[in-house]
Design a protein around this ligand. Structure first.
Ligand code: AMP
Ligand code: GLY
Length: 429
């Protein structure tokens, strides 16, 4: 069986890595892939990005199905195009991907279907937006409506910062289409967790819970990033909360999408803010929806899957997810991102990666911003590697991951030394 994975980050390396372990696999193609997937035995990078060329390739190679990693091709309609060509693909249609590609669409959808989320208003006029902000007071959150590669959210601690965010997004056109509208919303507090499910339009299969670390520096300081590390499971999501999330968020979202004529297929990622209190009553609100898996959440989640993932996706693209099952490793998986010099600003690229630890059953180095330059591995993006380890406890997974991190070597590398801290005894206090 041949499969195609779209994307080239750590998330896609991890997905392809798990798929490629199936005895059914001949080759997992990755478009465009990265240095890590270029080095793997039964993976092959494809230097194609145009959808019609990918469709031609999938037909010619008799690709069983395609799995899409990032949001951009989903928002551009890659799923619609593959399906129209008679090809199997796992992901949401362009219309359904609006849950991520338009914050205004997502907020209006949540209000319409009574899904808990922060109070908000949408603006196109900077003066009206600023007047609303002044009336609401700080802290307050300003979000660009469209996809902004993780740079579209400002959590403003004072009014000046919030007004500045309005000028930046609505004012000078630097956000392009993504900034034509802004959502201004109530600032929530609590603990964040990622809850990701697979959907086939009718059935839902929940994945293991996870939590990522958005800030660049230890103790959640410094600027926001795409994610500096993640672990699974997230102990904050107890079985009682799990049930509430299904009942209050996931089921009404899928029912609402079907009712609106956009039955949801693909990964659905709910970014949640969980406030304080007993599980039965603690505040539970949706911060955002993503129409894909998280990066780096995928890396620890993939480490914990014990059965054949190709079967799960096959059932999903055929509308039979009710028959699917994932056998989860009970251990904790924890991934530490190693980023390039100057990330999350414009990263320096082209640094030679001098040394990498060997993968073991307990520890795998997933690549993201790497490329092969002849025989040499070089950095090629902001997040370079995600060193992901399994352990009987968070502490052990952490120890194994950081021992491997110490064996990686390239100039300017940066990483957090506290990934998983909230899951350690006393951590969330
Ligand atoms: P988003 O792209 O919507 O996930 O936002 C990125 C990050 O901004 C989230 O992971 C939160 O840390 C933060 N954030 C987003 N919305 C809010 C909110 N309403 N209150 C507090 N923090 C938020
Ligand atoms: N790690 C957060 C995201 O993938 O959106």
């Amino acid at each position: 069986m041949k499969l195609l994975v779209i994307g080239g980050g750590g998330r896609e390396h991890a997905l392809a890595w798990r798929l490629a372990q199936s005895p059914r696999i001949q080759t997992v193609y990755i478009a465009p892939g990265n240095g890590g997937t270029a080095l793997a035995d039964n993976m092959q990078n494809l230097d194609i990005s145009a959808t019609d060329e990918l469709i031609a390739f999938a037909k010619q190679e008799k690709i069983a199905y395609t799995v899409v990693g990032p949001e951009a091709p989903l928002a551009a309609g890659i799923v619609d195009a593959f399906r129209n060509a008679g090809l199997k693909i796992f992901g949401p249609t362009r219309a359904a991907a609006q849950l991520e590609s338009s914050k205004d669409y997502a907020k209006a959808f949540m209000v319409r279907h009574h899904i808990p989320t922060a109070a908000y208003q949408t603006f196109t006029d900077p003066a009206l937006a600023k007047a609303y902000i002044t009336q609401q007071g700080a802290p307050i959150v300003v979000k660009a409506d469209g996809l902004a590669a993780g740079k579209g959210v400002v959590v403003a601690t004072d009014l000046a910062q919030a007004h500045e965010a309005i000028d930046m997004m609505l004012g000078d056109g630097s956000f392009g289409e993504a900034g034509a509208r802004v959502v201004v919303e109530e600032c929530l507090t609590g603990e964040e967790a990622s809850f990701i499910v697979m959907c086939d339009g009718q059935h839902v299969l929940t994945l293991a819970t996870s939590q990522d670390h958005k800030r660049l520096l230890d103790q959640d300081m410094g600027p926001n990033t795409g994610g500096m590390g993640a672990y699974s499971p997230a102990p904050v999501i107890t079985p009682a909360l799990h049930n509430r999330i299904m009942r209050e968020v996931i089921n009404p979202t899928l029912a609402g999408m079907a009712k609106d004529g956009n039955p949801y297929t693909g990964f659905l990622y709910a970014g949640l803010m969980i406030g304080d209190g007993p599980d039965a009553t603690r505040p539970l609100k949706v911060l955002e929806f993503n129409c894909r898996m998280g990066d780096p959440e995928t890396q620890p989640i993939m480490m914990r899957i014990k059965n054949d993932l190709t079967v799960v996706f096959e059932l999903a693209v055929n509308g039979c997810l009710d028959q699917a099952n994932i056998d989860w490793d009970r251990r904790t998986a924890l991934g530490v991102v190693i980023a390039a010099h100057n990330y999350p600003g414009t990263p320096r690229t082209g640094d030679a990666i001098h040394s990498l630890p060997e993968d073991t059953p307990e520890c795998v180095v997933f690549h993201a911003g790497t490329r092969l330059d002849g025989e040499e591995l070089k950095t090629s993006g902001g997040r370079v590697l995600c060193v992901t380890a399994l352990g009987d406890s968070v502490k052990r997974a952490q120890a194994t991951a950081y021992a491997a991190v110490a064996q990686t070597q390239f100039d300017g590398r940066q990483y957090r030394s506290d990934i998983g801290w909230r899951a350690l005894p006393g951590g969330a206090a």
